[in-house]
Each structure stands twice: as C-alpha cells, then as structure tokens.
Design a protein around this ligand. Structure first.
Ligand SMILES: Cc1cc2nc3c(=O)[nH]c(=O)nc-3n(C[C@H](O)[C@H](O)[C@H](O)COP(=O)(O)OP(=O)(O)OC[C@H]3O[C@@H](n4cnc5c(N)ncnc54)[C@H](O)[C@@H]3O)c2cc1C
Length: 446
C-alpha cells in the first residue's frame, strides 16, 4: 500500500518548519508524529525500547498486559488520521462488535443495553496490535525516521536558555555510543506517565507544572484466555462496571486477535484483585453477577494473572506555566493520565494530536516559516481545552468513591469552580450513569 493511502496527510501542505523530535512511540507519540509530518521537513521518533517486528508487549508500555478498549470516538478519530485502519485491524484478527446486540453491560445491579449510533461498529484488539499497525503505517512515510533503543535524557537549549535546540540521548549499553545529541526545532514529550519534563524544566530554571491528582485507588488484574468455541453467543464483550453505591468490583472480557479473550478484573477503593491463580478466580466469582466467572471458569488460561495499581488521574498544568521554554510540547500520559477504568487514555492521546494540528495550522498562518515563537503556550492551552471533558468525566466518576484522595495545586477561584461542578455532579448520579459507558457508547436504560 502506498503512504498516501495509509496516512491521511495533507498533500498540499508545504513543510513550514524544520526538524521535529517526538519522545516515545506509544499512541500519543505515533499520532503526534503523524500530524507533524504535515508541517515539518523531518520528524524523528525516539523510543527507548526496541520496537518489535510483530505485535508484542514492550517493556516501555507494560499497561498493554491489561485489556484496552478503544471507544468509538477514539476509533473514529484514528480512522480519519489513518484511513482504512479499522479494516486493517479486522484483517489482522481484531473483532468487530455491534453495540446493541453484542455488548453485555452490567452497572448498578442491572444489565443495560448499549445503543450504537449509525453504522459504527467498535473494534476490540490487543493494544500491541493497534500500536503495531499505526507504527508500520508511519514507518513508510518519507519524513519519518525512528531511533529505537535510545532514551532521551535531557534537553539542549540556546545560549539564553529560552528555546529548545535538541535532545540528549543515551543508547542502550553498547549501542551507537556516538549518538548523544540530536538537534531539533521542536521537541514533543510523549514519553508517558514517567515523563521527566518537570525535572528537565526545573534543571533549566523553569517552574515545573503544578499537578492535580484524583485517586480512587483502582487496581487491575488481567489474564489472557483462549476464547472457547462454545462461548455464550449472546455477547462478544462483557462489561461489569464497579458502581460506588453497590460494588467496588467489576471486570471485563474483550475478544482479541488470535481467538483470545483479554480478561481484566477491576477493584476500586483499594479493593485490589489478587494475581494468584485461586485469588483471580475467587475475585471473579465475587462480582455482582456470575456471568464473567462462569465464562472463564471453564476456559483455558494462556498467561498468568498480572496486576496494575498506578491508576490515579493526574493533570500536569502545563497550560498555566508562568514562563515557557519555547519549542517544547508535552502531551499524552506525560501531561494527563486518566483512570484506565474509563478507557479514555488512547482517545486522549489522539485528541492531543488534533489539538496540535489545530495549533500548528493557526500558528503557521500567522507566523513566517520557521518561526515557532509562542507555539508552546498556544498548544498547551489548546490541549487543556481539548482535554477538559475527558478529564471531567473521569474525575467526576472517581470523586464519587468514598475513599477518593484529591490533591489540587490550584488557585482558589479554580478550586471553587471545581467544587461547584463536583457538587452538581453529585446531585445527579443517575444522569451521569447515562452519559458514560466504558465502551464510550451511550447506554440506554431498558
Ligand atoms: C492498566 C491500564 C489499562 C488501560 N486501559 C485503557 C483502555 O482500555 N483504553 C484506553 O484508551 N486507554 C487505556 N489505558 C491508557 C493508555 O494505555 C494510555 O493512556 C495511552 O496509551 C497513551 O499513552 P502514551 O502514548 O501517552 O504513553 P505510553 O503508551 O506509556 O508510551 C510512552 C512511550 O515512551 C517511551 N519512553 C518513555 N521514556 C522515554 C525516554 N526518556 N526516551 C525515549 N522513549 C521513552 C516508552 O518506552 C513508551 O513506548 C490504560 C492504561 C493502563 C495503565
């Protein structure tokens, strides 16, 4: 397939800018890199891991061991950026799901019907498959190059310390020892939740961002199973959602490529699901409905259960830094991490790439070619606006758990606004249940 068919790049766009570097090749890094190819002459992705040739779990993205659902909104946005993506995923074993008839959704003690709008069919697959297909498509783009097995260890700046001029790299032991500096006009940090940008800014004399965290102490335990040939034909995806007033426990079964089930158990409020063989099954049996337990009890496990507990929502307030280092942008989990229970992280990553497109489009029409002055502040503010509803949805839900821990480093006016929003949300739990489902689809009460 030719590049133009695999990536929806803008053929009329001239490269207004020179060299861009993207740190990290997760969903945020890949989608941002795609957008940058419309504006920059060269885009280099730097990835600490060795990128596998086939869809595999990487050390740098351990969350891939847990079921990843891509809501319809995220899928639609990705499809626009990478036309034909859905069909390619299905050709590689991803499963097409019809909302109304094939998703069983249990919330607040009842089964609910998931309404699907239009002809959209949602797709389930492993996160490694999704990432692999995106990566392979980008690789063939003539402006993209990838430096793998190199970690970015710091930023280089101009003599006045106002502008980024590149990144410092360290290769894995014995690899390309001479490659230590890479010049760049723009650096985008998409390195995930362990991003070092706050430290890099502080080292350069800039204020690091303030943080807001909302922690409902969610925990995951996940395992792969072979999908049984005689599986219940009444659903393809099963979702049992923890609900503040009735149950801290939930779980999901999604079908993925290779005729497998990805099974994830969820416990809120530090009611963490165990990762022992017996504990995993016992937790499944304790869910408010037995459907998930019955499905896996007779199925063949393919992996050991594994756990994950770093699930707090965290917003780094890059949108209101007192002073910006020009040419440095931060997006994806590096800026906003969302409780994975609400399955919005990959959609948030794609949303960031759209915010970048919007900002670069406006910026290039108002500045002479090559001039990136002001882009950093404009992007971080645009990203903050674009992320507002995803952040609000996840944190409103989490604030309903009794043991939620909220830490806001924000000014008083902002805090008061948030308290008001939380108060309104608390007053109307039924309404919020209707507006979000973990599949990203509207739930109808039948
Ligand atoms: C348990 C769990 C379940 C989840 N389930 C869902 C779900 O169902 N649906 C959903 O949409 N989202 C889900 N998410 C969220 C989702 O995984 C992320 O939000 C999304 O992938 C965006 O991540 P990212 O690209 O910003 O970061 P990452 O995916 O973490 O990628 C960061 C990349 O940067 C690389 N890197 C890090 N530091 C450096 C460095 N210094 N130099 C070079 N490279 C570096 C890493 O190796 C990695 O490849 C889940 C998250 C967790 C933790």
């Amino acid at each position: 397939m030719k590049t133009k068919e695999m990536i929806n790049h803008n053929p009329s766009s001239q490269a207004a800018f020179g060299r861009a570097v993207v740190i990290g090749s997760g969903i945020a890094g890949l989608t941002v890199a795609r957008v940058l190819t419309d504006y920059f002459a060269q885009v280099t992705i730097i990835e600490r891991d060795r990128r596998p040739d086939t869809p595999e779990i990487r050390r740098g993205a351990p969350q891939a061991r847990h079921a990843h659902t891509l809501p319809v909104r995220g899928q639609t946005l990705l499809e626009k950026q990478f036309p034909g993506l859905t069909a390619e995923l299905v050709a590689n074993g991803a499963v097409a799901i019809k909302g109304g008839s094939e998703i069983a959704f249990f919330v607040a003690g009842e089964w609910h019907q998931v309404r699907q709008h239009g002809a959209i069919v949602s797709i389930t697959c492993s996160r490694p498959l999704l990432e692999h297909v995106l990566y392979q498509r980008l690789l063939v783009h003539p402006k993209i190059r990838v430096i793998q097995e190199h970690g970015v260890t710091g930023l280089n700046v101009d003599r006045k310390g106002r502008k980024v001029t590149g990144v410092r790299l360290r290769g894995r032991a014995g690899l390309f020892p001479s490659l230590t500096n890479l010049p760049a006009d723009l650096v985008v940090d998409a390195s995930g939740r362990d991003s070092q940008t706050p430290h890099w800014l502080a080292d350069l004399g800039y204020s690091p961002p303030q943080e807001t965290t909302v922690n409902a102490f969610a925990g995951y335990a996940s395992r792969l199973y072979r999908r049984p040939a005689d599986a219940d034909p009444s659903w393809k995806t099963l979702y049992i959602r923890p609900t503040p007033t009735s149950s801290t426990r939930g779980g999901v079964i999604i079908p993925i490529e290779g005729d497998r089930w990805h099974v994830t158990l969820i416990g809120m409020g530090a009611d963490y699901p165990p990762t022992s063989e017996d504990g995993f099954l016992a937790f499944a049996r304790s869910l408010p409905t037995l459907q998930l337990y019955k499905a896996i009890a007779a199925a063949e496990p393919l992996t050991e259960p594994c756990g994950y507990r770093q699930t707090q929502n965290r917003m780094r307030h890059y949108e209101r830094l007192p002073r910006y280092l020009e040419g440095l942008l931060v997006c994806g989990d590096a800026a906003y991490t969302l409780n994975p229970v609400y399955t919005q992280g990959m959609t948030a990553a794609v949303t960031a790439s759209l915010a970048l497109d919007h900002t670069l489009n406006g910026h290039s029409s108002q500045h002479r070619p090559g001039d990136l002055t002001g882009l950093t502040a404009a992007f971080q503010k645009q990203l903050s606006r674009a992320m507002a509803d995803l952040w609000q949805t996840a944190t409103d839900q989490d604030r309903r758990w009794p043991m939620v821990e909220v830490n806001e480093q924000v000014d008083l006016a902002h805090r008061q606004r948030q308290q008001l929003v939380a108060h309104i949300a608390q007053a109307s739990p039924q309404r919020r249940e209707r507006t979000i489902s973990n599949t990203g689809l509207a739930i109808g009460y039948s």
